[in-house]
Design a protein around this ligand. Sequence first.
Ligand code: NAD
Ligand code: MG
Length: 391
Amino acid sequence: MNKVAVLGATGSIGASTLDVIARHPDRFRASVLSAHRNVGALAGLCERFRPELAVIADPALEGELARRLAVAGVRCEVASDHDALTTAVAGNLCDTVVAAIVGAAGLASTLATARAGKRLLLANKESIVLAGPLLLEALRVGGGELVPVDSEHNAIFQCLPGGRPGLRASGVRRLILTASGGPFRGRTRADLAAVTPDQACKHPKWSMGRKISVDSATLMNKGLEVIEAHHLFGAPADAIEVLVHPQSLVHSLVEYVDGSVLAQLGNPDMRTAIAHALAWPERVEAGVTPLDLATAGALQFEAPDLDTFRCLALAFQALRAGGDAPAILNAANEVAVEAFLAGTVPFLAIAEVVEGVLAELPPQAVVDVESLVARDSEARAAARRQLRRAC
Ligand code: NAD
Ligand code: MG
């Protein structure tokens, strides 16, 4: 029995993960569930999945969670303090951790999972963008394995030979990340000036949390994924290409030096990547509708429009700048997206703020978690200053 901690259980990835787990009660058990503030949803999941521990990030809600569980007759431990998740992932409550918290808030638990040598199913891309070298070092020290859940990286993982011999030794020329293009594909900058958060969150192919939905609309999501691919697979920026593919059936591709191009295909449903990562190297049923290529229609591919969707160009710029530039990019983006979702700044301000903060804070070498967290705070403060000017 594989005991699985689902961090961010009340979110979109959390729900897909629990759906796969529920299909295989003989193999997987959800032993730890966590959420930020949605105490009702977390209590409901605890009633259904009966974990050993439930963690609510907001300490003010711990009593309420305990009360609801008692009323429902659910006997499980409840915690909320800052270290509860890092302690839980390192202890014997779980073998596998699904890192599905959104944003830099997932960093500490992701790093703790890696250090503890548990199998890390990484959905929380912000943590690897923010702290790539430190996460890789923690994985090396912990000796566990990381299986990517982000669909593009999971696709690339499936198209690479096993055993991680390195891209050059495997004869890989390029990694090709596909992007749906988001809800605003084909629009001009002028078209985007007045778009609303609800329009930005209406993704044509995927149903996801609001932050990643906005990232998909700006193409920052693809930018974060380029940096994620760089760290996960050791690919230099020049060996990573982004290709817009509106049907979202080809989840990414790997090009080899002999001209072979391997792709992973499937219907756009995160349960495929999650089931693959949970069971790897085996395969389990995921509840996903089989792909019927005969009726799927034409598959289109096109180059991304980097002038309209500046965020993708800015992510490449940050990756090439090196040091902690990706952390600065991520922090500025998180602040700007939050402000856009709150309705206080226009859509185009997101790229402007990220660009301004990258210019204001030249990259520094990544030393340790503490200095990185300090730089993250510095970048957030700079982003807030720029936002006040943009309002
Ligand atoms: P979501 O907003 O639906 O869920 C986020 C989860 O994180 C919730 O359970 C929430 O309670 C928890 N959370 C939020 N802030 C927290 C905090 N400060 N402390 C503790 N917990 C907190 O997001 P999602 O769409 O499920 O995405 C989760 C992560 O997975 C993101 O990093 C996203 O980029 C990545 N991802 C998502 C998808 C997708 O299809 N949704 C695909 C690939 C990668
Ligand atoms: Mg993705």
